[in-house]
Design a binder for this molecule. Sequence first.
Ligand code: SF4
Length: 272
Amino acid sequence: MQCPLLYRFRVIDKLPEKPSEAATRGTLVHAVLERLFDDPATERTAGRARALVPGQWDRLLESKPQLTELFAGDQEGERLSRWLVEAEELVERWFTLEDPTRLEPAERELFVETELESGLRLRGIIDRVDVAPSGEVRIVDYKTGKAPRPEYAEGALFQMKFYALVIWRWKGVVPRRLQLVYLGSGDVLTYDPVEADLERVERKLLALWEAIREATETGDWRPRPTKLCGWCDHRAVCPEFGGTPPAYPLPVALTERPADPAEGGQGRMGPV
Ligand code: SF4
């Protein structure tokens, strides 16, 4: 949805991307918020959560040693200390938005998967699922960035509606509430979906998958520049920035083009 060419670089060419401080801080904060629920409810305090940060960072480094690259050259460890404090502040802000002593999640980091009637398989990982005594389901996702301006809220909610669709198709239950918790700005965005919302998301996904299938066959992946290009690791090979993409690694569908008088009236074979 963001940029077809970026999708190609990531999914088809599998070009490597450097870990970023912001994304890694997000992973660390998620790990702390998940881990905190292992403790008894009364011990889920802001101090306890902050204290979990260094240990969870060590665990993350053990599982992904390449993350040490992030702080290469930081001899005195100043950048790392600042970064860890920022992670602690994000964790602490969560306590102004939710009260974990009153929450008992049904699931954390829940892997969900379903197959639509068309055969399209959807999967994702949901940060937290709460189930009320009445059986109503709430899906919660933590974001370490800031809440979007109201005109961009729809885009932010798409991911949540995607999860809701997967749960609906998988378990036959439409989640009662979708909740985005923005730790960067201290905001909570909620939405109560109805079946028609999820049907719309399903139609959009099918159209998206059709576009992906077609581009995969033809090799026609267009760049779609936006301000997000500033965070793209692939500018050096993006035509929008004067680069040339690597040779397309998949076979390209050849289609007979109609005869064009300007080309001498002969049809020719070529990628479309
Ligand atoms: S730099 Fe922008 S346009 Fe180019 S691939 Fe990345 S996101 Fe797409």
